[in-house]
Each structure stands twice: as C-alpha cells, then as structure tokens.
Design a protein around this ligand. Structure first.
Ligand code: AMP
Length: 147
C-alpha cells in the first residue's frame, strides 16, 4: 500500500520551479498519488487603513491572485499525471500552505529548501515554518544555493 495518497507541492514561481515540479511528479507517479500545486499570494499592502486606499489594495490582491491561478493552471495542463490539480490563495505562505494541506487531507507537503544565509542556510523561512506548522510529513527538496 502506498504511504502517501495526496502530495502538495508549494511553489513560489522561483528559478527552481522546474526541478521541484519534476521531483513532485516523479514522487506522485511512484506513490500513485494525487498531486496539488499550490501558490500563496503574500501581497502586503504598503499601509493598513492609512494613506493607501483600500480599493486599490484589493484590486492588486485580485490581480496577483488571478495571475497565480493562470500560471498554476497552465503548469498543471502540461503535466502528464492522471490526478493533478492546483490551488491559489491569498495569505502568509507558511500558514496558507499548511491550511490547504489540512483542508485537502494532504499527507506529504513538498517545499524547496533555499535559505541562503545565516540561520536560513539549511532551510528557507517558509520551508522551516511549514515544517513546524504542518500536521503531516514535509519534504524539503534541496535546491542549489545562490542560483
Ligand atoms: P523560502 O522560504 O522563501 O526560501 O521558500 C522555500 C520554499 O517554500 C519554496 O521553494 C516553496 O516551495 C515554498 N514557498 C515559498 N513562498 C511560497 C509561496 N508564496 N507560495 C507557495 N509556496 C511558497
């Protein structure tokens, strides 16, 4: 019996994206598991309730969310997997990723590890946050430092 039934790949649309997707697709094939690609739009308005008018911020949120949805949809369309989906949300990445994993009953979250300096040398802040918040297994896929 496969250990993992549903994998969630967290994507920040960075340079390592292709490698992370290849890795996730291979694992989904090996485990015969579902795969969901997820991106959290962490747009932060410059000010809250002050000089920045709220409607503009909301529009920017919606714009970025739409863009993320489009990117994920086209990535998923290019994958040769029977059971693959995508999700995009607004929020803080580590919280959004772990919340989605819970909602979708994911049993393995895949993140890239690309902390580049100091204490983040081994794990980036998001990867580290996901590791501590997740209620399921987390795999940090090694990505090259300084790419
Ligand atoms: P970082 O902590 O920024 O070095 O990112 C490490 C990994 O966390 C990335 O490779 C992604 O897997 C994940 N990640 C970071 N930001 C986001 C985001 N906004 N949405 C989804 N996943 C993210």
């Amino acid at each position: 019996m496969a250990i993992y039934k549903h994998l969630l790949l967290a994507l920040d649309f960075g340079d390592d994206q292709e490698r992370l997707i290849d890795h996730a697709v291979s694992m989904a094939s090996v485990f015969d598991a579902r795969l969901t690609l997820a991106h959290i739009v962490d747009y932060m308005p410059a000010a809250y309730g002050g000089e920045v008018p709220l409607p503009d911020d909301l529009q920017m949120d919606a714009l970025l969310l739409d863009k993320a949805k489009g990117r994920l949809a086209s990535l998923v369309a290019g994958l040769a997997l029977p059971d693959v989906d995508w999700r995009a949300e607004l929020g803080v990445p580590k919280h959004g990723i772990t919340r989605l994993a819970e909602e979708l009953e994911v049993d393995l979250i895949l993140v890239g590890s690309h902390g580049r300096h100091g204490l983040q040398l081994l794990l980036g802040s998001t990867a580290n946050g996901v590791l501590h918040l997740a209620g399921c297994d987390v795999l940090a896929i090694r990505v090259k430092d300084g790419d």
